[in-house]
Design a protein around this ligand. Structure first.
Ligand code: SAM
Length: 272
């Protein structure tokens, strides 16, 4: 855990399982989430909250002639990210430990900024966007990708499964994050003073026709995330262990031959 007051108590933590979940998530979703995100030769891009480098790899590979500076506040995650990029043989990435609320860069340092799955964990995404805007050159772009747990629906329906997801939403709110932030990206960017905000919903629909999405998204990304909050749910008595486990079992039923699962990410771009 880290101490920045704007991002304290990161709900998912930094465990091995969580690091692997982030990598699974990025690999499964890379075509969908990185579609249209390409940067030109010698452009400088700041990736904020790069974590274990799950998105960094796709950014660097998709724009091999651009230069990426990737920041995070977790030394362990940065080390892992560095290793990932080294193994992939990419040379266009620099990693730095710095806090987005207290960055070491002068104003107008970057042509573009990329932020994925970070604002949802901050108590003040508005302040974060103000800080990031300051680091952008005039005319530069920001790309923000976030999920929205309220966008989840599935078959077979289950009140137990829905309750486990509601626990995730409420717990993240207690940790001063906002797991419903996807739907708020347009107003957030607009009120931060960015121009031309444009938001694309990226709906993920999974059924038995897409076994790789069942594994990579429904099981290893979403259900794994819900399973990860079990200790906090039990400690705060939001659900009994029996009910929570039944909710998880019911979520797993959406991955069966006759099950389906839907979730929507939101990808926003805007200009300074
Ligand atoms: C859910 S992870 C997302 C990692 C990566 N962007 C991805 O999509 O896989 C959120 C990351 O944001 C980082 N983070 C949180 N607050 C931050 C801050 N104030 N400055 C820099 N990084 C921060 C956390 O350490 C964590 O690695």
């Amino acid at each position: 855990m880290y101490s920045n007051s704007n991002s304290q108590n990161y709900i998912h933590g930094y465990s091995r399982i969580e690091q692997s979940r982030l990598t699974d998530q990025a690999q499964t979703l890379s075509d969908i989430l990185h579609e249209g995100t390409r940067y030109c030769e010698n452009e400088s891009i700041l990736e904020v909250g790069c974590g274990v480098g799950a998105q960094t790899l796709h950014l660097a590979q998709n724009s091999p002639a651009a230069r990426f500076t990737c920041i995070d506040i977790s030394t362990d995650s940065l080390n892992e990210a560095q290793q990932k990029i080294k193994v992939a043989g990419m040379k266009n990435v620099t990693f730095l430990k710095t806090d987005l609320f207290d960055p070491i860069f002068p104003p107008h340092s970057f042509d573009h900024i990329f932020v994925c799955f970070v604002l949802e964990h901050l108590s003040s995404p508005e302040t974060a966007l103000d800080h990031l805007k300051n680091l952008l050159k005039p005319g530069g772009s920001i790309t923000v990708i976030e999920g929205d747990h309220g966008s989840t629906f599935f078959s077979p329906q289950s009140t137990y499964a829905s309750k486990t997801i509601q626990c995730l939403i409420e717990l993240q709110a207690r940790y001063r994050g906002d797991s419903l932030i996807g739907r708020k990206l347009y107003p957030l960017l607009h009120s931060a003073g960015f121009t031309e905000p444009s938001v694309t919903p990226k709906m993920i629909y999974v059924d038995a026709n897409t076994p790789s999405m069942i594994e990579g998204f429904t099981k290893n990304t979403f259900i794994s995330m819900v399973a990860g909050i079990k200790p906090q749910v039990l400690a705060s008595q939001m659900m009994s262990e029996q009910d929570f486990d039944r909710g998880l079992d019911d979520l797993l039923k959406t991955t069966a031959q006759d099950g389906t699962f839907c979730y929507t990410f939101f990808k926003a771009t805007a200009i300074k």
